[in-house]
Design a protein around this ligand. Structure first.
Ligand SMILES: [Zn+2]
Length: 110
């Protein structure tokens, strides 16, 4: 896999290792399992390399190209949402619940 063609037609050259485009996706459970390990560092790095998901980031459009299944070698492409797309969809980063203060539904004047 020396090259990846992004959906934006940018070619990610992966010949050099480590690749400037390459990242690893690590599960929380794997990280937890490594705390307090007495294994040699090289063994830990090997374990991480075998257990992580390869991710590449397109330096042109910012898409993440994720190889979830190492056996199939078929990537999934994740495009970056633009802030105006988030606003149009009604999604926000606010996870605190409904916005706008207390509801007036059901309120009856004295
Ligand atoms: Zn791209």
């Amino acid at each position: 896999m020396p090259k990846i063609l992004c959906r934006c037609n940018n070619v990610l050259n992966l010949i050099l290792s480590p690749s400037k485009h390459g990242y690893r996706l690590v599960s929380e459970s794997l990280i937890d399992s490594l705390y307090g390990s007495t294994e040699p560092v090289n063994d830990i790095v090997s374990k991480v390399n075998l257990s992580t998901v390869m991710v590449y980031r397109c330096d042109s459009c910012g898409r993440l190209i994720v190889f979830w299944d190492k056996q199939k070698n078929v990537p999934k492409f994740y495009v970056v949402e633009q802030p105006d797309e988030l606003a149009a969809s009604g999604k926000t980063d606010d996870l605190s619940g409904s916005a706008g203060g207390p509801s007036t539904l059901g309120h009856s004047p004295e």
